[in-house]
Design a protein around this ligand. Sequence first.
Ligand SMILES: [Zn+2]
Length: 268
Amino acid sequence: MVQIANVFIYQEPRCAAIDFEALAGYVRRMLPSASVQLRGPLLEDAIDQRGSREEVLARALAQAKVRDLEAAVPGGRQVLPGEVRYELARLRNRDSRVFGILYDAGFLLDVYRELLPAAESGLDSASIIFTNQLIGSRDEADKRYHARSVILGAPAVVSTSGIVEAPARTAGYYLARGVSQALGLTEIGAAELGRTIADDFLKTDDPRLTEVAKGLTLQALSYRITGEAFCESPDCRLYNAHRQSELIRSQLDKGQLCSRHAAAIANC
Ligand SMILES: [Zn+2]
């Protein structure tokens, strides 16, 4: 068991649905002996402070982009000037949204690590970075990239797009999507068809995201404390949900830790 003395939470300004003050309050209640600090966005604040280094940062982000879901991103590859310009524009605009770009978790974590204060890299400190970037890692079983809602590690990353995109929706939704594509429906027609499906899922502006963010933050902290990733129980907040229904069940309907994890967190 590792004792955590400091928790640093880096906010994502592009996700207004998450109440970060409420999230910090929750972490303080769960870990009363730790100091919990809320900070601004890691990448964007680094751009403001570093000026001339912003291009280096933008290039590293472009290099972390997954171009082929079935091939591992190679280190140090060449990127196009347009890709670097795209990343720069995104970093400079705190309202920008990233659509359809998946970043390799390993390379993205390297970028984040470079920017974190060295004094806060000790075992007793945990940094959790919220981002709207979609993050993926390769699955050992099928050797493909899969989007993730949380990456456990140092630092840990919670992807707000990943919460919406990574856990799968119901089979009915995918069936309806296939039907609307087959019928050549417009986006509005497809959305209308989608509404007829009994399918609860989280959306980008969903007020329930704060509760989900609390659970994913706890997953990151529990991993640091116990060294164990996730929980087997679908009713525990540390459950690694692969479906939206599982995420909603573990984080919103139940919203509790199992007795084993509740005891582990209380005793740390
Ligand atoms: Zn548990």
